[in-house]
Design a protein around this ligand. Structure first.
Ligand code: DX5
Ligand code: ZN
Length: 227
């Protein structure tokens, strides 16, 4: 029931297809796809063309994390490019309910993303439209940052809200996740774990099995969590 979602932000972009195939072959569940626009966040990454290019390489879900403003214009493009989940930051949308509907009308699961300083009250009137809550444990824009511990409190609160809703909503964490903190993150109620630098930083670049041991180590930590 725990899902590991490597962020390809830390992959070798010169070998992106192989990086996607290898990480799934090593036991990862979901491909986390970070979209940055040099406007909402101070970095520029990848868009729908790259999503279409990796789509045929895997059956795994592609989890598109939009760090862009505005959001609505680009959503149908990602749906056509094969995204399964599309999440966005509430501050980046003028009409949160409308953006959630747009994602669902385009056949994708819809998620809201919470920066370290963003309150969970944005969930209050839209829980019925949400399939994923993504808690940022770093400020968005870059891989390789340090986990902000207050994210654990937010996960606990979000878990409570999900339980109260009675709906099947994924609870995902993003930023600074590694083998030393994944167990306490799971214990706080998280079920889906983005890990960029921890996964893609592991092993020798030439070894197709380079991700086996890091994915196994993350799962071994998760196995220690009592439910
Ligand atoms: C940050 C991105 C993350 C990032 C995580 O803005 O949303 O998905 O790739 O990278 P690590 O796991 O290295 O913190
Ligand atoms: Zn992300």
């Amino acid at each position: 029931m725990y899902k590991i979602a490597p962020s390809i932000l830390s992959a070798n972009f010169a070998k992106l297809g192989e990086e996607v195939i290898n990480v799934i072959a090593s036991g990862a569940d979901i491909i986390h796809f970070d979209v940055m626009d040099n406007h909402y966040v101070p970095n520029l990454t990848i868009g729908p063309l790259v999503c279409s290019a990796i789509r045929p390489l895997t059956q795994a879900e592609i989890d598109v994390h939009l760090m862009v403003k505005p959001v609505d214009r680009i959503i149908p493009d990602f749906a056509k490019a094969g995204a399964n989940i599309i999440s966005f930051h509430p501050e980046a949308s003028e009409h949160i309910d409308r953006t959630l509907s747009l994602i669902k009308e385009n056949g994708c699961k819809a998620g809201l993303v919470f920066n370290p300083g963003t309150p969970l009250s944005y969930l209050d009137h839209v829980m019925d439209k949400i399939d994923l809550i993504l808690i940022m444990s770093v400020n968005p824009g870059f891989g390789g940052q340090k986990f902000i511990p207050d994210a654990l409190n937010k996960l606990r609160t979000a878990r409570q809200k999900i339980n109260e809703s009675g709906r099947d909503i994924m609870l995902e964490i993003d930023g600074g996740v590694n083998t030393s903190n994944i167990a306490e993150i799971a214990a706080a109620g998280c079920d889906t774990f983005v890990a960029g630098s921890a996964v893609y930083g592991a092993g020798k670049d030439t070894d197709p099995h380079r991700y086996d041991s890091i994915i196994a180590a993350l799962r071994a930590e998760l196995a220690k969590v009592s439910k």
